[in-house]
Ligand binder design. Structure first.
Ligand code: FAD
Length: 379
C-alpha cells in the first residue's frame, strides 16, 4: 500500500496515476481536498520557461492536459488560450529572443510578435509602452476545482481511499519495516510514502529526520473582478518588468484574475489577504488593461508559493520508499499531470517515459550546494 500525504493537485493526481498502475493507495489531507495552494492558484499553464528541464517537462505536461478531460471523464476546462509576455525595453526584447530560441528547440512554438499583433489577441490591451511580445498559443489554463475533482473521482473509481480532515502528525518505521503513519484519525501502515504537502513539505520531512529540502512559504494573493464578456483577455498577459504582474480571464465565468509579485514570508496556514496587495495589484492591472478601471473587484484571496532557493521543485526519493514532490515555487498546478505520472511510474516500474530530469529536481541538490538556474516565475 502507498500512502500519499497532502490532498492538493500533486497528491491527488499522483494517487490516481499510482492506482492506474494497479497500486492500493490512501491519501491523507489535513483539511479539505484542494484547500492548500491548489484552489488558490491562477489556473495558468505554460511551457514558456527559460531552461531546458522546465520547458521539456511543461511541453509534456501540456500534452497530458489535453487528454485529461476525456481520460478522467470530467471536463476540467483546459483551454489553450496562450500566454503573452510583453517587453518594455530593448534588453528585454533580446532576452525574449533568446528564450524563444530555446523553447523552439524543444518544440514549443513561441514567437516574437509586434504590439499590434498583441492587440489583436487581447483587444483591450494598452500597447503603448510595449516593444514586443513573446506569444505561445499552446499555453493555457484549466479549472483547479474541476481538475482536482476529476482526478479524485477517477482515483476513487480505481479504489483510492481519500481521507479528508486527517492530519499526519508522526511517521515511524521505514527500511525493512513498513512505514507507520500516525494521523488524527488513527494509525496506518504503508510500504511507500509520497510527501506531497508542498508548503508544509519540510515539516513532513522532519518527521523522518530528513529536513534537507529548504522550503520557504511566501504568501501570494490574487484579486478577481466581476464577470466580463468572454474573449477579451483570454491569454495570461504579463509584462515581467511591471513587477511580474499579470491578468487572465477566468476560463469559467469570465472574471479577470489579477496577480503581482508582492509577497510575504508567512506560515502556510495563514491565508489572510492584505489591503496593500489590492492597491499594488490594481495599479499594475489598470496599466496593462486600462478599461479595468471601470470594473468591480469582487474577490480577493491568498495562498502560498512554496519556494526553494532556486525556485525549482524537489522531486525524487528522499530515503528508501519515501518520495517527495514539494517546493513547486508557484508552478505546481501546471506541472501536476507530468510530475504525477513520472513519480507514479518511477515508484511502480522504476522508470518513466515522462521527460522529467530527475537530476535537475534532485532533493539532495541543496545539501550539495548545487542550485539550478532559477525557474522563471511570475506574480
Ligand atoms: P497544495 O495544494 O498546497 O496541497 C498540499 C496539501 O497538503 C494541502 O492541502 C495541505 O492541507 C496538506 N497538508 C499539509 N500538511 C499536512 C499534514 N501534516 N497531513 C495531511 N495533509 C497535510 N501554479 C500554476 O501552475 N499556475 C498558476 O497560475 C499558479 N498561480 C498561483 C497563484 C497563487 C496566488 C498561488 C498562491 C499559487 C499559484 N500557483 C500556480 C501554485 C500552485 O497553486 C501550487 O504550486 C500547487 O497548487 C501545489 O499543489 P500541491 O498539491 O503541491 O500543494
Amino acid at each position: 500500500m502507498i500512502g500519499v500525504i497532502g490532498g492538493g493537485i500533486i497528491g491527488v493526481a499522483t494517487a490516481y496515476e499510482l492506482a492506474k498502475l494497479g497500486e492500493e493507495v490512501v491519501v491523507f489531507e489535513k483539511r479539505y481536498f484542494g484547500s492548500g495552494s491548489t484552489f488558490r492558484c491562477a489556473s495558468g499553464i505554460r511551457a514558456q520557461f527559460t531552461d531546458e528541464a522546465n520547458i521539456k517537462l511543461m511541453k509534456y505536461s501540456i500534452e497530458r492536459w489535453k487528454e485529461l478531460s476525456e481520460e478522467l471523464g470530467h471536463n476540467i476546462m483546459f483551454q489553450q488560450t496562450g500566454y503573452l509576455f510583453l517587453a518594455t525595453t530593448e534588453e528585454e526584447v533580446e532576452a525574449f529572443k533568446k528564450n524563444i530560441k530555446l523553447q523552439n528547440r524543444f518544440g514549443v512554438p513561441t514567437k516574437l510578435i509586434t504590439p499590434e499583433e498583441a492587440k489583436e489577441i487581447v483587444p483591450p490591451l494598452n500597447v503603448e509602452e510595449f516593444l514586443a511580445g513573446a506569444w505561445n498559443p499552446e499555453d493555457g489554463k484549466a479549472s483547479p476545482f474541476h481538475t482536482l475533482y476529476a482526478y479524485k473521482k477517477a482515483g476513487e473509481k480505481l479504489g483510492v481511499k481519500f481521507y479528508p480532515y486527517t492530519e499526519v502528525v508522526w511517521i515511524d518505521g521505514g527500511r525493512e519495516h513498513k512505514w507507520k503513519i500516525k494521523t488524527t484519525k488513527g494509525e496506518f501502515e504503508v510500504d511507500v510514502i509520497v510527501n506531497a504537502t508542498n508548503a508544509w513539505g519540510s515539516r513532513i520531512n522532519s518527521m523522518i529526520g530528513k529536513d534537507i529540502v529548504p522550503i520557504t512559504p511566501f504568501k501570494h494573493q490574487l484579486v478577481k473582478t466581476e464577470p466580463l464578456e468572454r474573449g477579451q483577455i483570454e491569454p495570461l498577459v504579463c509584462p515581467p518588468a511591471w513587477n511580474d504582474s499579470y491578468v487572465i480571464q477566468d476560463g469559467e465565468d469570465g472574471g479577470v484574475i489579477c496577480g503581482t509579485a508582492l509577497e510575504y514570508k508567512s506560515d502556510p496556514d495563514d491565508v489572510t489577504p492584505t489591503y496593500d496587495f489590492v492597491k499594488e495589484v490594481l495599479k499594475w492591472a489598470v496599466k496593462i488593461i486600462p478599461a479595468l478601471r471601470h470594473v468591480h473587484v469582487v474577490r480577493q484571496w491568498a495562498g502560498h508559493y512554496a519556494k526553494t532557493p532556486d525556485n525549482n521543485p524537489a522531486i525524487g526519493e528522499l530515503v528508501e520508499d519515501f518520495y517527495v514532490a514539494i517546493g513547486f515555487s508557484g508552478h505546481g498546478f501546471m506541472m501536476a499531470p507530468a510530475v504525477a505520472q513520472a513519480l507514479a511510474e518511477r515508484i511502480v516500474k522504476g522508470r518513466t517515459k515522462v521527460p522529467l530530469d530527475w537530476e535537475w529536481y534532485d532533493p539532495y541538490r541543496f545539501e550539495r550546494g548545487e542550485l539550478r538556474t532559477s525557474a522563471f516565475q511570475i506574480g
